[in-house]
Design a protein around this ligand. Structure first.
Ligand SMILES: *Cc1c(COP(=O)(O)O)cnc(C)c1O
Length: 221
């Protein structure tokens, strides 16, 4: 199957209310343009240098999502153009995002990443740790970040019941934070969960944004 067939097939399975982020990490600019020509505008990258290079060389109406683990010393490179940072998992990082956003006269949209998988290799807050941060004055002082929701990755498994449980956990975290901290925020509305192998479970559990790579572009090398 080619890329446009992949996209068309996905679009029959993803409700229009759910944003599709095409994860283009490791893929060439020519491949990204193939997807772009099918009217796809949201793309996701997980390496800063690669994201910057692609931003510079590709059409400027692309919305670039940063979905990887972001080091504080690299925030400055993506701050001028990034559309949404998915992987925020510590106050230090938010403070640096705030500083760089201010420098570029922007307010940067961010998602709080939660650790919902069984594997301990995946980054993210746990619930209490995140609440503690949201209560801190240092957090409340940030003026150039906009917290738009949550992000998480499920365990890599064939066990569908487990995928559903983990996604339901993230939905529950979202609902709790919304009620306790973001009741009056119209921005706090994104639940970024679901990848090529598990997006159907994620959507069933309330995902509003899926990050899909191989099911769009084909397998990565
Ligand atoms: C690579 C990646 C994806 C996409 O993975 P696929 O299995 O190719 O769909 C989604 N989210 C994150 C955080 C990733 O690193």
């Amino acid at each position: 199957m080619n890329i446009s067939e992949n996209l068309l097939r996905l679009k029959t399975k993803i409700p229009t209310s759910v944003t599709l982020v095409a994860v283009s990490k490791t893929k060439s600019e020519a491949e990204i343009l193939d997807v772009y020509r099918c009217e796809q505008r949201h793309f996701g990258e997980n390496k800063v240098q690669e994201a910057v290079r692609k931003y510079e060389n590709l059409p400027k109406d692309i919305c670039w999502h940063f979905i990887g683990h972001l080091q504080t010393n690299k925030v400055k490179y993506i701050a001028p153009f990034i559309h949404l940072i998915h992987g925020v998992d510590r106050l230090k990082l938010l403070q640096e995002i705030d500083r760089q956003a201010c420098k570029f006269h922007r307010v940067l949209d961010c998602l709080l990443q939660f650790h919902i998988a069984r594997e301990d290799t995946k980054f993210g807050f746990d619930f209490e740790e995140c609440r503690a941060m949201l209560n801190q004055e240092d957090f409340k002082a940030l003026k150039h970040v906009r917290i738009c929701g949550v992000m998480g990755m499920a365990t890599f498994t064939d066990d569908m019941a487990q995928q559903h449980r983990e996604f339901a956990t993230l939905k529950c975290i979202f609902d709790n934070l919304k009620a306790d901290y973001f009741k009056d925020s119209e921005d706090f509305k994104i639940i970024s969960m679901g990848m090529s192998e598990d997006y159907e479970a994620a959507i069933a559990e309330g995902s509003t944004m899926v990050r899909i790579g191989s099911a769009v572009f084909g397998e990565r090398n």
